[in-house]
Design a protein around this ligand. Sequence first.
Ligand SMILES: [Zn+2]
Ligand SMILES: [Zn+2]
Length: 427
Amino acid sequence: MKDDLQDEDGLHPMAVWECIGSRPTHVSVRDILADRRIQSLMKELEPLRSQSKTPKATYEELDNIVYKYTGLHVYQLVSWKKQTWILCCPNLAEKSLVARRKGNKHRWFPVKIIYEHLRDPNLLDLEYEDGTIAYRVDKTDKTQMKMRDAKPGLNRHRLVGTLFYRILKVLSGKCACCDKTIYRKDNGNMDVMPPSTLGAWHFSHQEDKVREPGHCVTLPLAKAAEEYVKCRLECVECHDQSTDASWKRGTGIPRKRTYGMAFHRTIKDILESDAYQAFTKELDDRKVRSNAKEPAISFEELDELLQRHFQLCLNEVVDWDKVYWNKPRPNNKQGKTGKNRNQIITTLEYSLLKLLSGACASCSQSIQGTPPHKFNGWHMDHQHDKLFNPADVCRKNPVIARSEWAKCLLKCVRCHRQGVKPHWEEE
Ligand SMILES: [Zn+2]
Ligand SMILES: [Zn+2]
C-alpha cells in the first residue's frame, strides 16, 4: 500500500508513522537514533552547524529537511525564527572597535573614540558602553584595542543542536513514566506542545552520565547522540520524582515543580467540529432553551446530554443546581419562573467552550480541574474585529454569541492582563 504520506522509499516521516490514533506511544531514544530517517537527518543537519556569515541552507531549506524526515516543522520545535537563523548574533552583526578594561582582562568591550590626542596621534580616549572612560590608550597596542570582525553566524551550531535535541524529545512521543504526551494528532495534523514549554520535558539518564543532555547542544550531532542514547523522555513532574533530582540534592526541601500544561484548541475549531455541531443541533431539536415554566428537558437529561457529547458532567461545567434549572426566576411577578433559561444555556456554552479549549493559548496552562465558579478567571481574548464583550453576548442570540466567540482564543488571567501573545504570533 502506498499513500501520499510516503516518500519514494515507502517510508512515512517518523512522527506520523509512530502515532497510533491521536495519541503517540513512547519510543525509546535508542530506537529513534537507530532509525534510517534520523541518521539521514543527522547527515544533512551536521554541515548546517557552520557558523559562517551566511547559513549553508536557507530557513525554508532547513524546514524542508526537518519535515522530510520527521513530519515536524521548525516553528513547532524552537522559538527562534528566520531572522535569528540568518543573523544568529545581532551584537556581532558589524565590525566594531573593542578594547579591554581594567579588572577584566579576558573580555573585549565595545568602545567609541571620544578624543584624539593632538600631540601624540597614537593616543586615544575611549568610552565604554556603560559611560566609563579610558584615557590615553595606545591605538597601535593590539593587546589593548582592536577592530573586531563581524561574526553574524556565531552560535548557529547551538541553534541546530537545540533543534535536533527537540526533535528527539518530540519523536519520543510521551513520558516514559506517565500518560502525558508531548504531541498529538488533531485532524491528521501534528499538534506539538509549544516550543516555550518543551524545556519542561527532560532527558533522564538511565546509565552512566557523562554530560547534562541540555549541554550537548553545542556538540557535533553524532557526539551529542552518544549521550542522548542513554536517556529517556520524562515530563517535568515525573522527572522531579527521581531521587537525585538537582533541586533535591542537599536541600531536603520536598519542592515539586508542577507545570500543569495541556494542549490548546481554538474556539473556532471547536465550534466547527462535528461534535459541537451535533450538540447544538440537539439543543435546538429538544428546545432546551425554552423559557416555559417547566424546562423542556430535566436537569438529569441535560447532564446526560453533556456526558454523551463531551464526556463531561454538568457540575464540571456549571455551578448551579437542579432547583435553579427548574425555576431560574422563582420570584417573577407575572409567574414566568422559567424566564432567562435561554441565557443560562448560552452561558453554559460559554463555559463549555472554555473547558473544551483545554489550555491558555499563550502559556499552555491547563484549564482542566478548574471549578466552574472560577471560570471567570479564564478569558476569551479577541484576536480581531471585536463587536461585543465575550461574556456579555451570553444575553444575545446564540448564533451571534458563537460568531463573536469564534474570534477569540482562551487565555489565563495572567496572559490576558499582560497581553502575552501566543507563540505562533510572536515576532
Ligand atoms: Zn510523566
Ligand atoms: Zn497563560
